[in-house]
Design a protein around this ligand. Structure first.
Ligand code: SF4
Ligand code: SF4
Length: 356
């Protein structure tokens, strides 16, 4: 893969040039956090950050998205017809996304783009986006990406990987989409022959700074029903207040709800993020709720990410180890600990717990 050298002094000029061909998004500082926002003319992404509070998923899959407009006014010829609103799927580029967030798009794609079912909104938005990643050289204490199938220099999902190296960025161009972006920005100076070795050295350094790890090797062989019935779920879920924070800021959570909202005779059908942590999420029209208890909802979240997904796709967990849910859960429920409980589980542990 080609590596381009970008002098940091040339960064701003290239970003402005790319603006002629792309709508630009990037991390910007908002109070104590960084968030992805559209970059106004002259505005650069703020790369002095660890990670954003909300993940990048909202750039492809907005928290609230209009699917259709309709009218109930029978005097109109198109009454009761669902009409798709015009949307802007022109090329856009995200500058400075962390590799874990880019990786997450691949996991989420499995839900929105399958051989049997294709979600047009997600697919069109994903196809319109170019991801220019920023390698992570100072991981947080809550990051565990390297044991979750990702990493601070992971290239999965990215079109370009930027690596800070003194006064320069080394830009590894990964895809054709990445090539187009680099051309649009006017960055074309080939880095020296040692660029790849330099990136690999920086990668090893960054990976060695990740202090947090999880073990996932036994998850697949665990018996699903035994794990489902484990005694530890009561203790794990005890403090949860079902706020939904963990699911809303997770880059790999994809659940949604569809609602019709009417004002007078005009209406729209919208899709909103939802959360398996909310009691209403599974409430049936009959009044029955298969996950009416908190323990059932907390168990569902972890069983989905760490067991059902693992069994279905056979290539890892539904988590990229970004650590957001660990950082922001108001009652300190920690997926790393839950993973350890699940990975090391043996039904005999419950027997001992009961006996003691
Ligand atoms: S963030 Fe914590 S308290 Fe809130 S729903 Fe998730 S696990 Fe429960
Ligand atoms: S489960 Fe937590 S650590 Fe894993 S991707 Fe989601 S927010 Fe990040």
């Amino acid at each position: 893969m080609k590596v381009i050298l970008i002098e940091k002094a040339q960064w701003e000029a290239g970003v402005e040039k790319a603006r002629d061909s792309y709508r630009l998004f990037g991390p910007v500082s908002q109070g104590p956090f960084h968030q992805f926002r559209p970059l106004a003319a002259g505005q650069l992404p703020d790369l002095d950050y660890s990670n954003t509070r909300m993940s990048a998923k909202e750039l492809v899959y907005p928290q609230s998205e209009k699917m259709f407009d309709y009218t109930l006014d029978k005097s109109q010829p198109d009454h009761h017809l669902l009409k798709e609103p015009q949307k802007d799927y022109s090329p856009r580029a995200v500058l400075g996304i962390r590799p874990c967030d880019a990786d997450a798009f691949g996991l989420v794609q499995r839900n929105f783009d399958t051989p049997d079912y294709k979600d047009p909104y997600w697919i069109r938005a994903r196809e319109a986006i170019t991801l220019v990643g920023y390698a992570c050289s100072a991981p947080c204490s809550t990051c565990f990406c390297t044991s979750a199938g990702s990493g601070p220099f992971s290239e999965s999902g990215l079109d370009v990987l930027l690596v800070a190296d003194g006064d320069n960025f080394l830009a590894r161009v990964i895809t054709e989409r990445g090539e187009k972006f680099m051309a649009a920005a006017g960055w074309d100076a080939a880095a020296g022959d040692d660029a790849d070795a330099r990136i690999e050295a920086l990668r090893a350094e960054a990976e060695s700074r990740i202090a947090s790890h999880i073990e996932t090797d036994n998850l697949r062989s665990q018996d699903t029903l035994s794990l489902h019935g484990a005694a530890f779920w009561e203790e794990v879920s005890f403090a949860c207040i079902n706020c939904g924070t963990c699911t809303y800021l997770c880059p790999t959570c994809w659940c949604f709800d569809i609602q019709d909202e009417n004002r007078g005779k005009q209406g729209m059908r919208i899709r909103n993020w939802d959360s398996c942590m909310f009691p209403l999420f599974t409430l049936h029209g009959s009044g029955h709720n298969p996950r009416g208890k908190k323990v059932q909802r907390v168990r569902q979240r972890f069983m989905h990410k760490l067991k059902y997904y693992v069994d279905k796709y056979e290539d890892g967990i539904q988590c990229v180890g970004c650590g957001r849910c660990v950082q922001h859960c108001p009652v300190n429920i920690d997926i790393r600990r839950v993973c350890e409980l699940m990975n090391s589980y043996g039904p005999s542990q419950d027997a001992c717990a009961v006996a003691s």
